[in-house]
Design a protein. Sequence first.
Lengths: 266, 76
Amino acid sequence: MSVKVFERPKALSSVIFHYCPGCTHGIIHRLVAEAIDEFGVQGKTIGVASVGCSVLAYNYFNVDFQQAAHGRAPAVATGIKRCLPDRTVFTYQGDGDLASIGTAEIVHAAMRGENITVIFVNNAIYGMTGGQMAPTTLLGQNTTTSPGGRKPERAGRPIRMSEMLSQLEGPAYIARVSTHNAAQVARAKQAVKKAFQAQVDKKGFSMVEVLSTCPTNWGMTPNEALKWLEENMLPVYPLGEFKTEPGLPGPSAAKTTVPTREVKTD
Amino acid sequence: MDKKVSFDEERCKGCELCIEACPKGIIHLADHFNSKGFHPAAVTDEEQAKCTTCLLCARMCPDTVIEIFRPERVAR
């Protein structure tokens, strides 16, 4: 007799993903679904889908879902969480959604310390629209709107959302993980679980930035894309936990922000 | 002997991430096509015995194609 030790998580529906072959969206979907399964909150989880390749995430998760306007997922999630505080609310956003058109929403949701979890998939390019330059595109990276490579004098430098948001006082947990090999995927799973734990413990805003690939728009095979991620993205987007509220499981973060003193008014 | 690793061929898109992840190098793309027109990943019946059920292929699979079965430990 043998025991099944690995199967499709219950929180994923049986629909086949529309993602391109080798797209790491599928891995990240599975990690989120496994976390939902392990917390046993499938019946009271509400996801908020973004615009981008992950716009169809509501087809794949076996939980309630709301589709938000481009970049507005954290604002929609704020409304859902405030109306239904007993639900586990997460957003699933790409870099074109979160780091570009949705910058205002994510920064202010983090600043307010909304008790939601954000899964931020960073693949340094706009995937769904055909491989245009994103704010997260690396310097020198070829895209359809930066032929010859991204040049800093024209298009600025890549934005590091995790570092940026970890300067705020609202977030309880911010980490950057990667999917370029199985060990990193296992680490990513721990980070996703910790982010959901922060929400369950009512610690406040949590975000996991997951470095991801886009083999189709990068013009590589899936395995070449994972190598490209490891060699080129990791130096620009270092992995690690940028903010951990005390009380969360695991090692505490090196950096914690000093809370602003309240001004006394008479 | 029971299968240790099984592939849901209809889900597979032949991306080869599992092939790279497998430390034993026993996964290959089958010669036949699935209904979407991809060559699905496969392990031959003879190679099943070499599988250590380390889960690395399943962890890297973006389409949750792979299920892993571990032989039950018998108390001695």
